[in-house]
Design a protein. Sequence first.
Length: 277
Amino acid sequence: MANGSRQAAWEFFGTELKRHREDRGLTQVELGARVFVSGAYIGQFEQAIRKPQLDIAQRIDEVLQTDGIFERAWRKLIDDKRYADYFAAVVELERTATKIAEFAPTVVPGLLQTAAYARAVTIAANPFVTDEYVEEKVTARLERQHILKDATRPEYWVILHEGVLRPPVGGPEAMAEQLEHIAGLMRERKVWVMVVPYAAGAHASMTGSLKLMEFDDAPPVAYTETSFSGTLLDDPAVVKRAQRAYDLLRGTALSPEASLDLIESAAEDFRRCASTT
């Protein structure tokens, strides 16, 4: 579904939500209280500014007694099966974000991955799948990166742990290419990257990755992920805690200049290794 038609479909979703809410005699605040979000969020759903998560769509169906129409509409709109269900909504939000800030403790973020790196990561997690499956996943990941090529691209901040730079994912040649790609984007000023070195020891996000997204017309959100699931967080208090953790990570990281030196040095090490094999 093209972005324009997808947005029109979300606008229809919002129009129907408003109609059913008013038919039940509920204000936005009253419906929000019953589905455990704010009235302002209901207003944003109705204006298609923000897309609800699946569990919220399901609770709306329960409260408005709409026989699952909002859940079915959600599943149809979030229909890109190249992404895990828990990540599809994040991809939608990336497209409208004005700022994205990520912390990656173990793997290069998808928005920065090269095809060879993405392929190696996909195969490592899915060793028995077909080549077609692998290429579908790699293509989807690379397509997400188009947001960084637009004139209206978001500010993109990335904090990498040094542990991301050292494993030869895909082999020395592929890893050298990956690190050179990141360095190139840094030099083109398309991304702001900092590295938390091993020497820093403990840091503020020891339990996993973190992504923060900001928008022009909606409150910020946070997203955390483990190997098998992800959680999109929009509670203001929780998002504020995530933003504080990111600020602490920035304080632990090397400067962008020192980070670039470290990334390029690691790339050179892999190049030398690749040339001797």
